[in-house]
Structure formats: C-alpha cells, structure tokens
Design a protein around this ligand. Structure first.
Ligand SMILES: *Cc1c(COP(=O)(O)O)cnc(C)c1O
Length: 436
C-alpha cells in the first residue's frame, strides 16, 4: 500500500523548502522508501520462484523514469538499466552503472549505437534480420564481448491499450515468430552464430493481462528449447522476459504484485525456473508509478456552462497520456490547502481539473467529484512516479518542473533530496534554439 500519511508529510516538507511560487508553481515528488520497497519486492518475488544459484539480472526500463539519481538509486537496490536509445545509455552511464548491468533494446539502433554497445560490452537484443546483418559486419566473425540476444514477438495478442501492446500480429518490435519462415530464420541465425545466446520478449505494458504476458514468455521459452535441442547444447543460456507489470491507478493498493506475476510464471513456464536459464527482467512502471506524485497550484477557479473548472499548473506538459487518452490513463487527484494540509472536508463538487496549456483538452480530470477547489489550493496527481514528470512534453514552452525525492521514515519532517532541478528560463530558451 502507498502511505497517504507519508505523502501528506512530503507535501508539508516541500512547501517548507520549495514553496510553490509564481516561478515554480508545480513540483514532482518521489517516495524513496516506496522505490526501495518496490525493488525489494521485485527481488523477493523472483527469489521465491527461481532455482538456487539461478542468475537473475533485474533491470529498470529507463524510459519509465529517466532521471540519473533514480537510476543510481535503483542500481544501489540491485536493479540495473534497460536502455532504448543513446540518450538513455548516456543516462545509465552517468549514473555509474557497470556495463554488465545494462541491456540495450533500442528498436532503431544505428551502426554507431551498435558499435558503441559492442565496445562497451553491454548486453544487446537484436530486433530484426537487417540489424543482425549489421552486427555481423561490425563483429567480422569475432564473438562480441557482451551477450547478444534476438528479440521475438510471440504474437500472443494485445491488451486493453493498443499503444502499449507489443505482441500483436503486426507489432513493430522483434521477429514476428508466427510469420511464414520466421521461426526457421531464427533457428538458422542461432545455428550460424554460436555467440547468439539469448532470447528476448516484452509482450506489453499497462493494460496487458498477466496471463497473456506469461503466454508470451512460454512461447519464448519453447523456442529456446527448440534452438538448444537443434544445437545439442545450451546455446540459449538466458531469457530476457521484458517488463510490463500493470499498475493500479484507482487506489493506494499495489495490485497486481510482482509476487502474483512471478507465481503465475512459475505455473505457466516451470522450465524457466529449473536453473537451466539465466533470467533478465525489465520492469519500469511497476517499480516507480505508485511512489510518485505531482503537486501543482490552483491558479484560478471559474465556471463554464455550469461546470466548475480549476485551472492549475499541471497539464499535458507532465501528464501527456492522461490528457490525450484520458479513458486509458485516468489519474486520481488529491486536494490540499495552501498550507499543505489535506483538503477533504465539504461536500464533493463535480469539477474539471485543467492544466496551463493552450488547448481545450488540457484536462487531467473531467467532471470529477472533489472538495471545491479554490485559488491557492494544491492538487496532487497521484501514482505519477513513472512515465509522467520524467517524460515531459514541450508544449507552450513550459519548463520542466523540479523533482524531489523524500524520505519520511521517523517522526520528524520528511527529508527532501533534489533529483532534478527545475528548469531555468535561460535553460529553456537555450533548449528552444536561443543559442543559435
Ligand atoms: C517499455 C519497455 C519495458 C518496460 O515496460 P513497463 O510496462 O514500464 O514495465 C520493458 N522492456 C521493453 C523492451 C520496453 O519497451
């Protein structure tokens, strides 16, 4: 469970140290204890189902929380990095991650990106036959220093959100296993290259039923067994099962849990846990989402067509998916008074919570019953620790908000650590070409 009390203490600590001023009317907060607990739960869930001595590398999908101190923190909790672009690799390197704790999965790797990965010796998963041909050219017959796998698309179907479904028949990711000739191509690729040692799948993210994710892992394990039988040895020694554990955005509960998924995997793919394979995981959202929230000032309140509207400083620039696809990405909103005390009294009033961007759809909640908001109150967008404040959208040249970690262990005030400074106007102007 997320602790609302810790959250309330974090709000008070933030207002004491970084008041939401006219210059910084929005900030993001991350519960460092919550992140540590999620990492520990992930490790415990797989410790419970894996064989003794079975190698397991948990990595964090950097796109879910691309902040260097967060990557460093997770590394300290035993979670490496899954990177999907040169920029994400640079962030992981800046966080000090050792090459053997990084996995590269970019879908559009350039020759330079491949060469850099080979030089560093990080693990990489090849997406398609053309990429494998490039790798052949770069390695010129010498086995790469780091492990190399092939990403497969088991085509087990999509989930509730199309944009998050990576294992549909026509998904852009990996080798579509059921397509004519594809399975034979994979078998040949491994037979010709003894240094291919991994298979990778990532079936989807938010909205994907756990059973479907497990079905994708089963199909990948079956292919590994087939490759190994053909090779007469354990050529495939590691399976990378991706991430995708969905997050509950409707309450403080952590459901489904890493334990639920690990136990389902053990029932569905027992051969994955007999100790014959190493395991890599790449969870993102489930490691961070519940531990973060965005706090923004209510600037004005008004009414239109009988609908009360609170105009706040949190909109599409920090909650892009919620604003553009609200039915798939609903967020809970909590109300606070200017002094940081929770505003829970008074009859709920149905109102819109709007952001600062200049387009009509910039709403983070529509017709939502909440205590009646007033100018100076604060709104908190809950469960936004993953994919929200770290993935800002540059609309209206709104600056990126500061991100602060908090620890609220004892009875004293919560302790804040800066994870990203708020962007200054000078930095913003430079980002938009001011220095050209
Ligand atoms: C996005 C992604 C992940 C993480 O997905 P979550 O839903 O955040 O757990 C893992 N692996 C790959 C290849 C991805 O693209």
């Amino acid at each position: 469970m997320v602790s609302p009390t810790r959250r309330d203490r974090a709000v008070r600590a933030l207002l004491a140290r970084h008041p939401l001023t006219d210059h910084e009317p929005i900030a993001a907060l991350l519960d460092l204890q919550g992140v540590r607990d999620a990492a520990a739960e992930l490790r415990a869930a797989f410790d419970e189902v894996t064989a003794p001595e079975q190698p397991v590398l948990h990595t964090f999908a950097v796109k879910a929380g691309s902040l260097v101190p967060v990557l460093r923190l997770l590394d300290g909790f035993g979670i490496g990095c899954e990177v999907a672009s040169p920029g994400e690799l640079a962030l992981a390197r800046a966080a000090g991650l050792a090459p053997d704790r990084i996995v590269l999965d970019s879908p559009a790797k350039t020759p330079t990106e491949l060469a850099d990965a080979l030089a560093l010796g990080i693990a990489l998963n090849v997406d398609n036959p053309q990429e494998l041909a490039r790798l052949d050219a770069l390695t010129a017959g010498r086995p790469p220093a780091g492990p190399v796998g092939v990403r497969v698309n088991p085509q087990v179907g999509g989930g509730a959100i199309d944009a998050m479904s990576t294992a549909t028949a026509t998904s852009k990711f990996g080798v579509a296993l059921g397509d004519p000739g594809a399975r034979a191509w994979v078998l040949r690729a491994f037979a010709d290259r003894p240094w291919l040692t991994r298979l990778h799948c990532h079936v989807g993210s938010q909205g994907m039923p756990l059973e479907r994710m497990a079905a994708g892992v089963l199909a990948t394990w079956e292919l590994a067994e087939e490759i190994n039988a053909a090779a007469g040895r354990r050529q495939v020694d590691t399976l990378d099962i991706g991430g995708g554990l969905p997050v509950n955005f409707s309450s403080d509960a952590h459901t489904p849990s890493f334990h639920d998924y690990a136990r389902l995997l053990r029932r569905t793919v027992p051969g994955l846990f007999d100790g014959g394979y190493g395991l890599v995981t790449e969870f993102g959202r489930a490691l961070l989402a519940k531990s973060g929230f965005i706090l923004a000032r209510v600037e004005y309140t008004k009414s239109a067509g009988g609908r009360p509207i609170a105009v706040t400083h949190a909109g599409a620039q920090v909650a892009v998916r919620t604003v553009f696809v609200p039915e798939s990405w609903p967020l809970r909103v909590a109300a606070y008074r200017a002094d940081g005390s929770p505003k829970t009294d008074g009859p709920p009033v149905r109102q819109d919570v709007a952001g600062p961007c200049c387009f009509a759809g910039d709403l983070v909640a529509r017709d939502r019953p909440l205590p009646e908001l007033e100018p100076g109150d604060l709104v908190a967008l809950l469960d936004t620790g993953a994919y929200y404040f770290s993935n800002a959208f540059g609309y209206n040249a709104l600056p990126r908000p500061g991100v602060y970690g908090y620890s609220a262990d004892g009875d004293g005030p919560a302790v804040l650590t800066t994870l990203r400074r708020p962007q200054t106007m000078a930095e913003l102007v430079a980002e938009y070409g001011g220095d050209c």
